[in-house]
Design a protein around this ligand. Structure first.
Ligand code: SAM
Length: 285
């Protein structure tokens, strides 16, 4: 139960590049609250000036978030409304705010999402990879060994995998993707909603080669999406070749079970998933 006299914390999504993506509701809320808690007050101050708004601001980032909770709660209890914004996109999504929201919710305060831009959702909406199930992993570890370990741990997941990545590490991440997940289809969404928005599609090795040829392709901000394991819609960069291999195994007289084991070893993914695909190939689906 929330206290009806207390104010609300509005969690407000802001643009990830294109300022036209800020919703009219977000603009209204930002103009009406008593204070805006911002990841970087200078950065968000520029957005407010662009909107012709002037509201008191305070910083809220990973290093002071826990220490801010009591003071912000006191303001809510006094009846003030507060907005939470991050530098870009939706707060709490690889951004500060989780501790604040968790603590305020535990105290029964009203938390109101004001939805809007989010890089992972924008990227998925235009990638052409399955979106019915996806696994968002935020940023991969910075160190190579830990990064490859994380990717190996995800190798058998059937959901579309989604990562955030910076221009400093995009090449290393693609190289590790090629080493751990092979020829899976990768879609890179770069500079979403900005002037140089680009989608690149191919195996990790192909995308790496594309960046070697044109270093501009390695600039900017990235969402990296990788097809899930097994034959769930475009799992492999070359699904047609995968099906050709499966058919050849069956024609050579290998049983479905053995063929599934070979496919899992050569193409990645689980034996179970390939078993289903082989069964339907055999049945002529
Ligand atoms: N809260 C944000 C959201 O809702 O998407 C994400 C913040 S996180 C600190 C920043 C990362 O998001 C970037 O390194 C990049 O991976 C991704 N990102 C943000 N804006 C992007 C854009 N315009 N194009 C592609 N990726 C973007």
């Amino acid at each position: 139960m929330s206290d009806t006299l207390a104010g609300s914390l509005y969690v407000v999504a802001t643009p990830i590049g294109n300022l036209e993506d800020l919703s009219p509701r977000a603009v209204r809320v930002l103009g009406e609250v008593a204070v805006i808690a911002a990841e970087d007050t200078r950065h968000s101050g520029r957005l407010l000036r662009h909107l012709g708004l002037s509201r008191p601001m305070l910083s809220l980032h990973e290093h002071n978030e826990a220490a801010r909770v009591d003071a912000l709660d006191a303001r809510l209890v006094a009846g003030e409304d507060i907005a939470l914004v991050s530098d870009a996109g939706t707060p709490l999504i690889s951004d500060p705010g989780f501790v604040l929201v968790r603590e305020l919710r535990a105290r029964g305060r009203r938390i109101v999402p004001v939805p809007g831009p989010c890089a992972l959702v924008a990227a998925l909406s235009a990638a052409g990879l399955p979106t019915d199930r996806f696994l968002f992993q935020g940023f991969l570890p910075a160190k190579g060994g830990a990064r490859r370990g994380r990717l190996e741990g995800l190798a058998s997941r059937e959901e579309t995998l989604v990562f955030y990545e910076s221009p400093h590490r995009i090449r290393d991440t693609l190289a590790d993707l090629a080493a751990t997940l092979g020829t899976r289809r990768v879609v890179l969404a770069r500079e979403l909603t900005k002037a140089f928005e680009t989608f690149l599609d191919g195996s990790a090795a192909e995308l790496l080669a594309c960046m070697e040829e044109d270093p501009d392709q390695a600039r900017g901000e990235f969402v990296v999406m990788v097809a899930g394991a097994g034959p769930r819609g475009d799992a492999d960069a070359s699904t047609v070749e995968a099906d050709a291999l499966l058919s050849a195994l069956l024609v050579e007289g290998l049983g479905v079970k053995q063929s599934a084991a070979v496919a899992a070893r050569v193409l990645g993914g689980t034996k179970k998933a390939w078993y289903g695909r082989l069964q339907s190939l055999k049945d002529g689906d």
